[in-house]
Design a protein around this ligand. Structure first.
Ligand SMILES: Nc1ncnc2c1ncn2[C@@H]1O[C@H](COP(=O)(O)OP(=O)(O)O)[C@@H](O)[C@H]1O
Ligand SMILES: O=P(O)(O)OC[C@H]1O[C@](O)(CO)[C@@H](O)[C@@H]1O
Ligand SMILES: [Mg+2]
Length: 486
């Protein structure tokens, strides 16, 4: 199918899905909402920060690739790596001094709603999904102010053992402090000098400094936990993320085990209230391999239906699931990369006993679906096309305030690069006897075990911001699938 056919498919899918979203009764979104302090790093900002660290240490740390940022030397080491490699990264910090060090030397440009759950909650509420029930364990006053002022955005509260819903601005705990992440964004073409090393930033990118204050828990009150079956009755689906916050050991002697078990029990209770509920987990970069493995094997596997992740996250997931070779092939910049990505998505579908794996990459999406899924393959394809238009709108205008804002994404052309990339996958699938050319051209392929939806997507040349586009992609596609289940 030529590129212009894909433009037509995007437009038809937008009309179809935007009319179907009203079928959705409600969506539950939890856990990680935070505040993103965004700083666009220009040359003078970088040079200024470099003056306040020990260059030799930064060099040394960048060799050891710190997985936790303990001090400014670690931060600058990870910033240089992210700038040089062009790979998005999110690194946790458990100490507040890095935050203080940053605020002493640079001001952030703006602060926005952050966290997969926070971004997704506002997005779904803004496109008029009914009953967007958002839950964040640390709802401070500052955090509540970042939720969109919309009547369909609800926070679950329990009074006299009864579940009711209020807007977050009427439900926060005044004693709670905000969780603030630094997002250090930098543009393609920025010239960087770090000691004798010089390079040019290869692509628009960012380093996320994820703050992990000691009070952070992926948890909920006993009262809310008891009301989850009731909450489940009010929604068709749940979008869960933030498990990356779980630590192996806590200061009070508790361990990851407590929080993994509570996370699984919470999913089970939602299902008790609504056996037809669909659970989606939005993945993210999780530096701690032990926790990454526990999340996949103990929470996602067997309890979750749908998983959303980007290419690097597919590789990271395969890595801890003992598919190291395939993980390496996924991130290897050869033409085998995209066929490895497809094979990797299939491994995740079976290994984690999911019914849907949606991978987003720049220029194309690959989605593998169990062929027992109640939604038919054409609707799965339209869901992805709708998400592609939504991601273009997000990249183009930043904050999506209405369903009409998504329509603005239709003006962005489908990526020719992404389309050509898919031709490599087509050759592989035909060679493997998995599909014929005409099937691939339509963008959906049935196999005896699972269906595959592959579409070229819209890419905005100069995005206003890159943070959260993946969250919008996964949420809009998952919501579209929920709408088609009715
Ligand atoms: N300029 C752009 N135009 C359209 N889509 C983009 C653009 N830049 C990034 N994207 C999409 O956003 C995705 C980023 O998702 P991800 O890495 O999960 O980041 P996040 O979780 O912060 O949103 C990419 O995989 C790509 O599909
Ligand atoms: O892991 P954390 O600290 O919740 O942070 C998640 C980060 O990822 C994003 O949600 C983007 O996906 C940012 O908005 C946020 O800062
Ligand atoms: Mg993401």
């Amino acid at each position: 199918m030529e590129l212009e056919h894909w433009e037509k498919n995007h437009s038809e899918a937008y009309s179809d899905i935007s009319k179907s979203l009203e079928n959705i009764k409600g969506i539950f979104v939890a856990y990680n909402s935070n505040i993103d302090a965004i700083k666009h790093i220009e040359k003078d900002d970088f040079d200024k920060l470099l003056k306040h660290v020990n260059l030799k240490n930064v060099k040394h740390r960048s060799m050891s690739f710190p997985r936790v940022i303990k001090d400014p030397d670690d931060l600058m080491a990870r910033l240089v790596i992210a700038m040089r490699d062009g790979k998005a990264a999110e690194v946790p910090t458990y100490s507040t001094d890095v935050h203080e060090w940053l605020t002493n030397h640079i001001d952030f440009d703006n602060a926005y709603m952050g966290g997969q759950a926070g971004i997704i909650s506002n997005f779904l509420a803004n496109i008029d999904i009914k009953n967007v029930v958002t839950y964040v364990p640390w709802l401070s006053k500052e955090q509540a102010e970042y939720f969109t002022n919309s009547k369909n955005l609800l926070y679950p509260v329990v009074e006299n053992s009864k579940l009711s819903f209020k807007h977050p601005i009427n439900a926060y705990n005044p004693e709670y402090e905000p969780k603030v992440n630094w997002i250090m964004e930098f543009s393609k073409g920025l010239e960087v000098q770090c000691g004798e090393e010089e390079f040019v930033v290869p692509r628009d990118n960012r380093l996320i400094l994820s703050s992990r204050p000691t009070w952070l828990r992926i948890d909920m009150s006993k009262e809310l936990y008891e009301q989850l079956p009731e909450l489940g009755k009010n929604v068709d689906g749940a979008i869960l993320s933030g498990y990356q916050m779980i630590k192996e050991n806590y200061e009070d002697g508790s361990t990851y085990h407590n929080y993994v078990k509570k996370s699984v029990d919470a999913i089970k209770r939602l299902k008790n209230g609504n056996p037809d509920i669909r659970i989606h987990v939005e993945f993210t970069s999780i530096q701690d391999k032990f926790i990454r493995e526990r999340i996949l094997k103990d929470i996602v596997s067997q309890h979750v239906h749908s998983l959303g992740l980007d290419t690097i996250e597919v590789a990271n997931a395969l890595n801890v699931l003992d598919y190291e070779e395939l993980a390496y092939a996924v991130i290897n910049k050869t033409e085998k990369g995209i066929s490895a990505l497809y094979e990797g998505a299939v491994r995740l579908l079976y290994e984690l006993e999911l019914e849907r794996v949606h991978v987003h990459s720049l220029g194309y999406f690959i989605c593998v679906v169990k062929n027992t899924h109640p939604v038919d393959i054409e609707d799965h394809r339209n869901a992805l096309l709708f998400a592609s238009t939504a991601s273009a709108a997000k990249a183009k205008i930043g904050n999506i305030k209405s369903i009409d804002d998504i329509k603005k994404g239709l003006g962005t052309p489908v990526s020719e690069k992404g389309y050509n990339h898919l031709q490599e996958l087509a050759k592989y699938l035909e060679k493997e006897g998995i599909c014929l050319t005409e099937e691939f051209e339509k963008g959906y392929i049935r196999t005896p075990y699972h269906d595959v939806i592959i579409i070229p997507t819209k890419v905005v040349e100069k995005p206003v911001a890159t943070v959260g586009i993946g969250d919008i992609i996964s949420a809009s596609a998952f919501a579209a699938v929920l709408a088609k289940m009715k």
